[in-house]
Design a protein around this ligand. Structure first.
Ligand code: SF4
Length: 297
């Protein structure tokens, strides 16, 4: 699959998202419109700083005509909320605007869009990006990440990383929320959602601190110093850990107390920051350990 290039290719000649959406309702650029109920276009304000891009609408979205309104949308909403990000201020869309599925009896099973369909539908994504001009893009899952960042991206390895493609705003790579829904048990799902919130926390880091430029060092930083890479996402993540902990059976001894975690964080800091006394780093180290705790579930 080609990598998305915002500079190349034409875009719709419109001045608003409303006009763009109206045009997309009649799109026949590929065959996916033939079996889907309707075009499911993006939603959100044109002034959005954040644009979240999934793969394609699901069954519920196809029927409703709106993106991320099914179970995956509920997980996304909750995760954004836990990361302190207002969904209403984000623009949410998909790489492909029509639902592709295989009919099994009465059920319609998700089917991955192919490279040709994605390429054709890039007309709309490119037009959305040009109108919105977001400060950062979130690639939800492998399809969006692969197309925006490149084939080499791997969600398991690269999630939580902010890439800087030459032709696009910075791109934060993370999972698609439907991945959490496929987890076999609740504890694993909870742990995955904490990691998802952890990834989304990086958005605030970039937007709040105006440190979009700092993202360029992400890959080096991750390779050289994994704990430090995670240190800037502290407060919300720590709240997530406490939330998850409160939902776990308190009698289970695998969870450490907050004081024990703080104690471990000091060792973590001694090892990773050269005995730093910075309270912010200390709090961040607690968050690092919180993630370790969650992964141990
Ligand atoms: S999937 Fe995209 S390109 Fe294909 S018909 Fe739908 S809107 Fe058009």
């Amino acid at each position: 699959m080609d990598t998305f290039d915002l500079r190349e290719g034409e875009t719709a000649n419109v001045g608003s998202l409303r006009e763009l959406k109206a045009q997309a309702e009649h799109c026949k650029r590929c065959d996916l419109y033939k079996h889907a109920t309707q075009t499911v276009f993006g939603e959100g304000p044109m002034q959005a700083e954040i644009i979240l891009i999934g793969e394609q609408p699901g069954d519920k979205e196809d029927l409703a005509g709106r993106p991320f309104v099914g179970p995956a949308g509920a997980v996304l909403n909750e995760s954004l909320s836990r990361a302190g990000i207002d969904r209403e201020r984000c623009y949410i869309t998909n790489t492909v605007k029509h639902f592709k599925f295989t009919q099994r009896g009465k059920r319609r099973l998700h089917s991955k869009p192919n490279a040709g369909e994605i390429r054709q539908c890039a007309w709309w994504l490119r037009s959305e990006l040009k109108l919105i001009e977001p400060k950062i893009i979130v690639a939800l899952g492998a399809t969006a990440a692969g197309y925006l960042v490149g084939k080499a991206v791997r969600i398991t390895k690269d999630r939580g990383t902010i890439f800087r493609p030459q032709n696009l705003p910075p791109v934060l790579v993370t999972i698609h929320p439907s991945y959490i829904l496929r987890m076999r048990d609740r504890h694993t799902a909870n742990a995955e959602q904490i990691k998802f919130v952890h990834d989304l926390n990086r958005l605030k880091e970039v937007l709040d601190q105006g440190r979009v430029g700092a993202a360029k060092s992400d890959i080096d930083r991750r390779n050289n110093h994994e704990p430090l890479h995670r240190m800037n996402c502290s407060a919300n993540l720590f709240r997530s850990w406490r939330h998850a902990r409160s939902r776990r059976n308190e009698s289970n001894g695998s969870w450490k107390t907050q004081n024990e975690v703080h104690g471990q964080s000091q060792n973590c800091l001694a090892r990773d920051t050269g005995q730093s006394e910075d309270p912010h780093e200390h709090e961040a180290a607690v968050a690092v350990l919180a993630i370790s705790e969650a992964r141990a579930l």
